[in-house]
Ligand binder design. Sequence first.
Ligand code: ADP
Ligand code: MG
Length: 336
Amino acid sequence: MLELNAISKTFDSKQVLRAVSLSVAEGEIVTLLGPSGCGKSTLLQIIAGLMQPDAGDVQWDNQPLVSVPPHLRNFGLMFQDYALFPHKSVAENVAFGLKTAKKTAVEQKTRITEMLQLVGLSGFEDRDVNTLSGGEQQRVALARSLAPQPKLLMLDEPLGALDRALRETLLDELRQILRSLGQTTIYVTHDQEEAFAISDRMLIMNAGEIVQAGPPQHVYATPNSEFTARFLGFSNVFSGVVSGDGVQTDFAELAVDTALLTGAVTKVLIRPEQAQLSDSTGIPGVVTDVSFRGATTRLRIDANGAHLDFELIDLPDIAVGDDVRIVPSKVQVIAN
Ligand code: ADP
Ligand code: MG
């Protein structure tokens, strides 16, 4: 459906997008996940037609979009701050795109009722949007962007302004709504948990480039770079040298499967959740922190100056200062 080919954009001699290519299939929910400033919103503006790329092209159904103005693309765009029209009713807000699409009053009314039902706000038609809670306003914004049945919906950090509990509830609702409609969607966020929960496919962005793409389970299981690993919250990334059937780091020789040749310098990721304490083997270290997290306990050790974090279940009594040995059962080579 949507196809971007080598999109580049420079602002004031700073290159913000570097030959970004991506495609989105019909009904697919794709997330753009990356740190603040990496170019996510710029990319959305280009897709929406609100900004022109310096190079590259945007196509829909194999047709170039460059000369199609934003209002004729029939793409929906929703931002973090909802930008609802203040002092207008819920119905007037939801009707916005329907008026632009020249729907009759009867069509508008029917569609508004449907949309409010979809987002769980039936009967809210006449409420002033200023009297709504943040979560309700967010639902109105969603209803407004879905009302004209956009071919593509783009959500730019839609839950960013909400507190954590509300974010989780709305994320579940959003996922169900988008799935039930089969809505083709690009979802932009800097929050990896949001991206995991909502995407069919995740695109990891760094400094204007897509550095990894795939289903969330796959990206989580096999980050392909130190950047992705750290961005997904993995801190156990270390340099080492390939030696025999493993990688030698400053603190241990780790068993790893790798095609790299002996002597190659590489980075390894020690998965924090796949490890166990041992009496005799494993990485020797001193416990520097023990932190109860509910389902797991986080254990930090100092191993010859390196800090390693583990998320373990069923941890025996352990205290700061104890000498331990930990056997990691999953170590991955992530870069060379
Ligand atoms: P993100 O949405 O990933 O946080 P943006 O796409 O908003 O990132 O911005 C990427 C970079 O481009 C930032 O450094 C930002 O300051 C810069 N930028 C964005 N829009 C403009 C603009 N209109 N003029 C100049 N610089 C801009
Ligand atoms: Mg942004």
